[in-house]
Design a protein. Structure first.
Length: 749
């Protein structure tokens, strides 16, 4: 028999050990991430008393795949529209936390005399709190539906996005011997260019593709298509100089805007869990006890840095974002740990060969310790506030509360500010699309035409005409869009002094559009500047006044907007869209939360009047979501059923009490489930049978014995149905079903 490949042996060892350890951690109610790390330590070469993995290269390969799928899943759960709707408060908090913690990390590394790159990467690792660990801690502590938890998750989403950008930036820094401001600016512009390009093209093209093949796609095909798109984007991302994880995240973000997003997320989750587990196990393999002993002091200092730094700077950041002192402290204390992105950044540093070998296991040890402390830090926030608040001068309390109200959630933008912002975004997007199309034409179409037609003037003319026609809808939209908007018209009518400025905005966009035409003409012709300028103006005039190009431009924009709104449209159709008044509730002490009724809930089948949730918990049920139906403002006769989702309005304390009741008012597991098996038996009616001469209804076989007669055997191939009025006679052969205990009781009768 052929020997089993080493890769399979290592995989078996990893999964068996990880399964046993995670069962223990589940029993101890600890995050599973820690279980994976401990499992990795147990199967690593640093642990001499247990079996060890033999081929680390395969494990690292699978770990890289795990990182890719982790970020793909994160992208599926992320929507750029969510960030836009958050306003400025989470952005202010996120930037403050990342800047403060990065600075602390650099200072601590410098104090220990570590290298410059070690300090920079350490700062990046300390700035990234763990979305997975915090979400799990909130869920375990029953805090996920409270208002401060939603604020923390908003900041964590932004941190994850900035972590992707940070990884690209760190790669750029590591690749240069002396990175300067110009290199960093170039990296930021490159990130922005490809980010906008991929999102715009992806949101336009991928939903159309999925919609066209929707009738052909089942779960298996959709999983393969989604993972194929993920891997393809990862490959393309590496081709342009980014990491595969960045490309996987972008593809997840694109698919997050499609109707199939939730379905894809469910299908991908097992794949993500498998490879994600291998990644975290590989993290644990790098834990070297000797390094931990040698660097015990730095580990302790880094743990204190994270706890104290997040407690102070995190709380300050949330106050700058508009939260009260108590809420800000609960948010800041919740983020006092590092997790998966810190490992990913450390892996990046090791793969680039720019950080020391000791830094990875040190960061892993810090993550393990801070993760264990996370539930205690979350619980500690309110007691610390209760101790701190009486000792603070009233002037400081008033100043902090004033700071928390200085960032209202909704502000009316001036017409000028709104119009300029819209024009800038549109011009940027259409310029990037035009640049991308022009680049593709010169990279692929031009060499192909030169090869087919030869190097002649008409070949260049054909290439130029093709390029201009393809970017014409973008150039027209760049110049003409927003010229008839409500803001533009209002400013035009408001004052004659606005009109020169409005005309100037049109001219600026016209010059930007003309620059693309000038570039194409200059690249493909040897005409003089005057002729190029004349040709450019003629081409732009034809583009602006062409009805067909106008129709193409409007059609492309409508398709893009419909694709972008597809999930919202589906939510409206299915009645699952969150109510518009939710944002107003967040300004007060109450907010809205969703709760799912468990399958084995004791509430199933009961009406709202019977449950009396308002009297018992002080909450109000605003909606009941059942499948694709939505029942708003249900009355007392409305009943709850398993898997219903209810939207409830109340305070944090009221919603927490309701959640506790939903989770505990359930029907317990049947300890004798094996005895509930239904079996089919036959019985012959004899002279001594108590059922002789009785009808089926009079026999009590169903009501008294708990069995059901399914047919009467009359020598036919099939059983004959038995009517309730059928009177049993001697020799009748009846077939019945029931549990074993009921069958025995019936046969003994």
């Amino acid at each position: 028999m052929a020997e089993l490949p080493t890769m399979i042996q290592d995989l078996a060892l990893i999964l068996v050990v990880a399964g046993v350890v995670t069962l223990v951690f589940k029993r101890l109610k600890q995050p599973l991430v820690l279980g994976y790390i401990v499992a990795g330590f147990l199967v690593s070469p640093h642990m001499p008393y247990t079996a060890s993995v033999t081929d680390m290269s395969n494990i690292h390969l699978w770990a890289d795949i795990g990182v890719m799928f982790l970020l793909f899943s994160l992208g599926l759960d992320f929507s750029f529209k969510k960030i836009l709707k958050m306003g400025a408060s989470p952005i202010i908090s996120t930037i403050t936390i990342i800047f403060s913690m990065m600075l602390l990390g650099v200072l601590v590394g410098h104090a220990f005399g570590w290298s410059k790159m070690d300090c920079i990467f350490l700062g990046g690792m300390l700035a990234m709190s763990s979305t997975t660990i915090i979400y799990k801690a909130f869920d375990d502590l029953g805090l996920r539906h409270q208002q401060f938890a939603s604020l923390v998750m908003s900041v964590l989403i932004l941190e994850d996005i900035l972590a992707i950008v940070m990884m690209v930036m760190l790669s750029a820094i590591a690749s240069g011997t002396s990175p300067d401001g110009g290199q960093l600016l170039g990296s930021v512009l490159k990130i922005g260019f490809f980010l906008v390009l991929w999102l715009v093209v992806g949101i336009f093209a991928i939903p159309i593709f999925l919609r066209s093949v929707r009738s052909l796609i089942n779960n298996e095909v959709l999983l393969i298509v989604a993972l194929g798109l993920c891997c393809a984007m990862a490959v393309f991302s590496t081709k342009v100089g980014f990491s595969s994880a960045f490309g996987a995240f972008i593809m997840g973000s694109i698919l997050a805007e499609t109707i199939e997003a939730e379905r894809i997320e469910r299908l991908v989750e097992p794949v993500k869990n498998l490879f994600g587990a291998i990644f975290f196990v590989s993290v644990g393999m790098l834990v070297d006890p000797q390094i931990l002993m040698d660097y015990a002091l730095p580990i302790l200092v880094l743990v204190l840095t994270i706890i104290v730094g997040q407690s102070i700077f995190g709380s300050l950041a949330f106050m700058l974002g508009g939260e009260s002192l108590k809420s800000a402290m609960r948010c800041g204390f919740s983020m006092a740990q590092i997790g998966e992105f810190s490992f990913i950044i450390a892996s990046l540093g090791l793969s680039l060969g720019v950080i020391s070998d000791f830094l990875y296991p040190v960061v892993v040890a810090v993550s393990v310790i801070t993760t264990f402390l996370t539930p205690y830090m979350i619980r500690l926030a309110t007691p610390v506030y209760n101790v701190l608040e009486p000792h603070l001068p009233s002037r400081i309390i008033q100043a902090l509360n004033h700071l928390s109200t200085s960032h209202p959630n909704t502000t009316e933008q001036s017409l000028w500010k709104k119009l300029i912002a819209q024009m800038t975004v549109n011009t940027l997007i259409y310029a990037i699309l035009s640049l991308a199309v022009t680049t593709l034409i010169f990279m692929f179409a031009d060499p192909l035409l030169q090869h087919l037609l030869g190097q002649h003037w008409y070949t260049n003319a054909l290439t130029g005409l093709l390029a201009v026609l393809l970017i014409a809808p973008f150039l027209r939209a760049m110049v003409m869009k927003k010229n008839h908007s409500d803001e533009f018209r209002a400013l035009w009518r408001e004052s004659n002094r606005n009109r020169p400025a409005l005309i100037f905005t049109i001219l600026v966009r016209l010059v930007i559009a003309l620059s693309f035409v000038f570039y194409i003409c200059q690249r493909l012709t040897h005409l003089g500047p005057a002729l190029i300028i004349t040709l450019g103006f003629v081409a732009m005039a034809a583009i602006i006044f062409s009805r067909s190009i106008k129709r193409r431009s409007i059609l492309l924009e409508r398709l893009f907007i419909n694709n972008l709104r597809s999930r919202d449209i589906m939510a409206q159709v299915h009645g699952t869209r969150r109510p518009l008044y939710e944002g107003r509730l967040l300004d007060r002490d109450i907010h809205i939360a969703d709760f799912d009724i468990p399958q084995n809930s004791q509430w199933a089948g009961q009406s709202l009047r019977e449950l009396n949730l308002g009297h018992r918990y002080g909450v109000h049920v605003s909606s009941i979501l059942r499948g694709s139906q939505r029942q708003n403002i249900p009355d007392g006769e409305a009943r709850l059923y398993p898997l219903d989702r209810i939207q409830v309005i109340g305070s944090d304390e009221q919603l927490s009490a309701l959640r506790h009741a939903i989770e505990h008012d359930i029907v317990g597991e049947d300890p004798d489930i094996e005895k509930r098996e239904m079996k089919l038996r036959q019985m012959i009616i004899t002279q001594r049978s108590p059922f002789l001469g009785k009808t089926l209804q009079e026999s009590g076989i169903r009501s008294h014995y708990g069995c059901m007669v399914v047919g009467l055997e009359e020598g036919k191939e099939n059983l004959s149905p038995v009517q309730p009025s059928h009177r049993f006679e001697e020799g009748d052969i009846i077939w019945f079903v029931g549990e074993q205990e009921a069958i025995d009781q019936l046969l003994r009768a």
